[in-house]
Design a protein around this ligand. Structure first.
Ligand SMILES: [Cu+2]
Length: 103
C-alpha cells in the first residue's frame, strides 16, 4: 500500500515537473520561429495563422510525426519526449522549415 502511494506521488511529480507549452505559428508561409529550444517533456502547439492550409511533420529520429493539414485558426500539439534535434517542415510548402532543440 505504502509502495503504491509513493509510486503515485512520483507520477504526479514527474507529470508536473515544469513541462512547458510553447506556440509556433505558421504565417506568410513561414514558421514564426526558425529555431526553438525546449526541455524534454515540453509541448509545442503549431498554430496556422494563414488563410490557407498548412501541414506540420518531422522525419527526425528524435521525434517523427505528421499532424496532417489543417486550416487557419487551428492548432495541433506535439509533446517532445526525447532529447535531440527535430527538423520540422510543411508537406504543402516545401521551403517552410524550422528546428526544435529538445534538451
Ligand atoms: Cu505550409
Amino acid at each position: 500500500m505504502k509502495k503504491i502511494l509513493l509510486l503515485m506521488l512520483g507520477l504526479v511529480f514527474n507529470g508536473t515537473a515544469a513541462a512547458d507549452e510553447h506556440t509556433v505559428g505558421q504565417k506568410d508561409k513561414k514558421f514564426t520561429q526558425s529555431e526553438l529550444t525546449i526541455a524534454v517533456g515540453d509541448t509545442v502547439n503549431f498554430r496556422n495563422d494563414d488563410p490557407f492550409s498548412h501541414n506540420v511533420y518531422s522525419l527526425s529520429e528524435t521525434k517523427s510525426f505528421d499532424l496532417g493539414s489543417y486550416p487557419r485558426g487551428e492548432a495541433r500539439a506535439v509533446t517532445f519526449d526525447k532529447p535531440g534535434v527535430v527538423e520540422i517542415g510543411c508537406a504543402i510548402h516545401f521551403d517552410m522549415s524550422m528546428k526544435i532543440n529538445v534538451q
